[in-house]
Design a protein around this ligand. Structure first.
Ligand code: ADP
Ligand code: MG
Length: 982
């Protein structure tokens, strides 16, 4: 489908076009090349000048079950093997060149498999120039005389064209001249033999109807599309391998050729929606030779690139673009009109497409296969575009044409989409090997013919009168002629001006003399001649004057020119320097760009690394936070638990304290009751005993006698005595809560190893006391007492001066046997000081002792515990205690703590002086109260100092050492200061 609005040609500005409904089909021509020398079978036959017939080759026929296949294909014109390049050009390209000159665009491409003659058709060879050189030749033949001076037209970099003023153009020309050493006149130029003689002069063509009132300039570009990348073949790189040839001698690069892979270009759309290759080199050319030289330069570059990059040229598309810029002359017909809007640009694209064969045919492998795939892909896109175009045009549909899918179709979009003439030469090789590929080519060609392209419209005429150039030319010629006429006399002729001047001279009088007397004629003649002579003199003077003046003017002009030339030379030098500087800066820019790219890349990498680390940091922080939270939770949980446990512990402690207290109280009560019962029993027994004894004994023991006073005892039934009873004496108020009674019971089953001697000692001691006090008084024999198992009435007794030898003691231990009590014992021994660190005890617990698991256990801090006393232990201590167990009368174990003081003997040994016996036994509280009472006072009110009281007091004294000590709460002795008998 053709969109009128976008039917833009590269002309600028797009002129108001008359509506263009005229369309022409794509002109498809077929050219059959001669069969190669090695090929035998020909499968193409030219039937007419528009039709060819394909014959399936023999091998293929056999494969298809002998089916004979003949297909015919028609084209606009078929060119047989004998067709000359000129004939082809005349029919195919000439109309396009004419269009180009008339501001119309054209596209011409060759299509076919490799080796079918595409390049031959497009480029040709020496002596057989193809469509391209012929087109160029025709262009220059047509516009040659009307070409603008170089750089009058200057392409901008947006596919547009500008008109430069004369001065700028002149400067550009001078710059070019300074840069190149190419001779200005093409005739004297050395022509590359490779492209020499492309066209013989007699074959020269010329377009008709060239607008003489316009000025023209030709620009050429040459690009290659390879693997869907566009490369500029005319781009001049600093190390261009071709350039030295064109620059002439003197460049150091010449012998140091370095191949730089070309950079690909991109396609852009200009403001008129025409596609163009951005930044593509456009070279202004002034002659066929020059144009073809440029083409050849590109061709060489292409070849080198293909060789260096190991590519096949048959896989690339080459596009040679000829741009013709034209602008009307100004009203004088002298210079190009300085109006950009009046510039018209038309272009002719000459395209040598890549081989249309399928990939398999090229036997490509690896990367080559990919390239081939792309090449075929771009041809496939071309095919698709043509198909869609045809469908849209024939069926009236509006499908999108996929021009953009490949660079080739994208670049030529405007031709199919807009307006212009499109022609295609389908090249075929009649050899049998190509048959199948040729079939495909034919089908494509047939299809392409059905596509129509809008016919380009005629360009509008500018407002100036026609024939300006001719008039200007005529004027100039006349001027030149006149100047020439004025300049100098031609030999043998009077110059016209002088003739006129001569005519202004006075006429000569008749000089015929009538007779000898005629004296009139001669004088008249003489006069006239003299006049003339005068005039002549005057003229000569005038002439000389003018000549001199002119001479001086000319000299002045000459010197002016010289100085101008010098100036120009100077400027050229400066320009060269500036160019060098620019080049250096360009190189520097390149280097910096590369560096910046690398730095960008590095920054990119660093950025990525930073991101990764930050991510890590974030995750670690999150983890840390979550762990801290967990820790916090656990801590608070722990605190809660702790406080709960604390509470529980306190509760339990309180509970148990209460419980213990309760139990202790209960036990106390129970024990007191028991004590009381026992006491009662004892009393009864005592009474019995006393009764028996009174007959033959004197009452010598007031304490005992006091014990015998039942009314007093019964009168005090208080079961729990109070230690703070105000009615009691000061001594009794210091008595312990417990009264311990001594109930000795003989139990043959109770093992008493090691304690027999002690027990007997105690018995002896108990009995020895009254004996000592009441000399000669009788006491019941120990044996009897023991045999009877009677309890000793004394709960506590203190040996006043009782010592015995420690059995393990060596012989040097002095024994103090004192049987009388007369105050403190004589102490010949050194007594240890108590001041330092308090008393130190030897805690003698025989191994036979039974662990009673009771709270009533003595716990002596800092004591040396021994199973049997030894001197070593005794030497370190000043107190001695023996824990002695006995079975009481009620079957309970009775513990006695026999205490003594350790003294050093004179002989260096240790002696123990027993001072106290503490019996640990619970007593009925009733009995206890009674007992206490008994110890308070005698019936006469005197404080008793009998054994009872004495022992009791001493018992309390015995536990004095516990005062303030860390006994358990169950051990409820009161602390008393140790009292000694005065
Ligand atoms: P393509 O460009 O299609 O690959 P070429 O143009 O390179 O093919 O042609 C391959 C060979 O065939 C060349 O050597 C060329 O000279 C020769 N050739 C092609 N067409 C013709 C023709 N019409 N007349 C004579 N020789 C031809
Ligand atoms: Mg080729």
């Amino acid at each position: 489908m053709i969109r009128q609005a976008k039917g833009k040609t590269p002309r600028r500005p797009p002129p108001k076009k008359p509506s263009n409904n005229q369309k022409d089909p794509v002109g498809v021509y077929c050219r059959v090349r001669p069969l190669g020398a090695d090929d035998e079978e020909c499968c193409i036959e030219v039937i007419s000048n528009t039709t060819i017939q394909l014959h399936a080759p023999d091998g293929l026929k056999a494969n298809r079950n002998g089916e004979y296949k003949e297909t015919q294909y028609s084209f606009k014109k078929v060119f047989g093997i004998k067709t000359s390049q000129r004939e082809l050009f005349e029919d195919v390209a000439k109309p396009l060149v004419e269009d180009l000159i008339h501001c119309k665009n054209g596209l011409l491409f060759t299509y076919g498999v490799t080796g079918s003659g595409k390049t031959h058709t497009m480029t040709g060879s020496p002596g057989q120039g193809g469509l391209l050189p012929r087109s160029l030749d025709m262009i220059f033949n047509s516009i040659g005389p009307y070409q603008a001076k170089r750089y009058v037209f200057k392409p901008d970099d947006k596919n547009g064209m500008e008109v430069q003023n004369q001065v700028d153009a002149l400067l550009d020309r001078q710059k070019r001249d300074s840069q190149t050493t190419v001779p200005k006149t093409p005739t004297t130029r050395r022509i590359d033999p490779e492209f020499a003689d492309m066209i013989s002069p007699e074959e020269a063509c010329k377009a008709d109807g060239v607008d003489e009132d316009s000025s023209y300039s030709v620009f050429v570009s040459y690009i290659e599309i390879y693997n869907n990348y566009i490369y500029d073949l005319l781009e001049e790189t600093p190390f261009d391998p071709i350039k030295p040839k064109w620059n002439g001698a003197g460049t150091p690069l010449r012998n140091n050729i370095e191949f730089i892979p070309p950079q690909s270009k991109i396609l852009r759309e200009d403001q008129n929606h025409n596609m163009y290759v951005a930044g593509c080199t456009e070279v202004e050319v002034k002659s066929t030779e020059e144009a073809f030289e440029v083409f050849w330069r590109g061709q060489k570059k292409r070849r080198i690139a293909n060789t260096q990059l190991n590519r096949e040229s048959s896989r690339s598309h080459s596009v040679f673009i000829v741009k013709l810029a034209q602008a009307p002359l100004d009203a004088d017909g002298d210079n190009v009109l300085q109006d950009k809007n009046q510039v018209n640009v038309s272009q002719l694209c000459l395209v040598d497409l890549a081989g249309s064969e399928r990939t398999s045919r090229t036997r490509a492998e690896g990367s080559r296969l990919r390239e081939a795939g792309n090449i075929n892909q771009s041809l496939m896109t071309l095919r698709t575009c043509i198909e869609v175009l045809r469908e849209n045009q024939m069926c009236g549909t509006n499908k999108m044409v996929p021009y953009r899918d490949s660079k080739v179709t994208h670049l030529f979009k405007n031709y199919f989409d807009g307006e212009g003439k499109v022609r295609m030469v389908v090249c075929v090789n009649p050899k049998a090997d190509d048959y199948e590929e040729t079939l495909l080519v034919m089908r494509f060609a047939e299809m392409t013919q059905e596509v129509e392209v809008a016919r380009p419209v005629d360009r509008p005429i500018c407002g100036f009168a026609a024939g300006r150039r001719q008039r200007n030319q005529a004027f100039k010629e006349e001027l030149t002629r006149r100047l020439e006429e004025r300049g100098g006399p031609v030999d043998g002729e009077f110059p016209t001006v002088l003739n006129q001047l001569l005519q202004s001279f006075p006429p000569l009088p008749p000089c015929e003399i009538s007779g000898p007397n005629d004296d009139v004629t001669l004088p008249r003649l003489i006069e006239a001649l003299e006049k003339r002579h005068k005039i002549r003199q005057m003229m000569i003077e005038e002439y000389n004057k003018t000549a001199n003046m002119l001479k001086s003017v000319l000299q002045e002009q000459d010197s002016n020119i010289l100085s101008k030339e010098n100036f120009i030379q100077e400027q050229r030098g400066k320009l060269g320097e500036k160019d060098k500087m620019i080049q250096n800066q360009k190189n520097e820019i390149d280097r910096l760009e590369k560096k910046s790219k690398m730095l960008e890349y590095k920054i990119d990498i660093l950025q990525k690394t930073t991101n990764i680390y930050e991510e890590d940091k974030r995750s670690l922080q999150q983890e840390l936070e979550s762990r801290e939270q967990r820790l916090q939770r656990e801590l608070s949980e722990k605190r809660r638990m702790e406080s709960r446990m604390q509470g529980m512990v306190t509760d339990a402690k309180l509970k148990w304290e209460k419980e213990c207290e309760r139990r202790v109280n209960a036990k106390q009560l129970e024990m007191q009751n028991k004590l009381w019962v026992k006491d009662e029993k004892l009393k009864q027994l005592k009474a019995i005993v006393t009764e028996g004894k009174t007959e033959n004994r004197q009452p010598q023991r007031p304490s005992r006698e006091k014990d015998k006073v039942p009314p007093k005892r019964s009168a005090s039934p208080s079961p729990v005595p109070s230690p703070y009873n105000g009615s009691q004496s000061s001594l009794s108020s210091l008595e312990p809560i417990y009264n311990f009674s001594q109930t000795v019971r003989s139990d043959p089953h109770f093992p008493r190893p090691g304690s027999v001697s002690v027990a007997s000692c105690i018995s002896e001691w108990e009995q020895g006391v009254p004996q000592s006090r009441r000399q000669g008084s009788q006491s019941p024999p120990d044996s009897r007492k023991r045999a009877q198992g009677l309890p000793n009435s004394l709960s506590r007794r203190r040996g006043r001066c009782w010592a015995r030898e420690v059995p393990v003691q060596p012989a040097d231990v002095d024994l103090e046997e004192t049987t009388h009590w007369t105050g403190p014992p004589v102490r010949p021994l050194h007594r240890r000081s108590h001041s330092a660190g308090g008393e130190r005890w030897v805690d003698h617990k025989p191994t036979s002792n039974v662990d009673l698991d009771t709270v009533l256990q003595p716990n002596i801090p800092n004591a040396i515990k021994v199973n049997a006393p030894n001197e070593k232990a005794l030497s370190k201590c000043d107190k001695y205690v023996l824990t002695h167990q006995e079975v009481a009368s009620d079957g309970e174990i009775q513990t006695k703590l026999i205490k003594g003081e350790v003294f050093k003997t004179r002989g260096g040994g240790q002696s123990v002086q027993f001072t106290d016996i503490e019996t640990l036994k619970q007593e009925n509280p009733v009995a206890a109260s009674r007992k206490r009472r008994s110890s308070e006072t005698d019936p006469d009110g005197e404080p008793m100092d009998g054994d009872w009281t004495d022992v009791e007091t001493r018992c309390s004294v015995a536990v004095e050492m516990r005062a303030g000590s860390n006994l358990g709460p169950g051990y409820q002795h009161h602390g008393y200061p140790k009292r000694r008998k005065p």
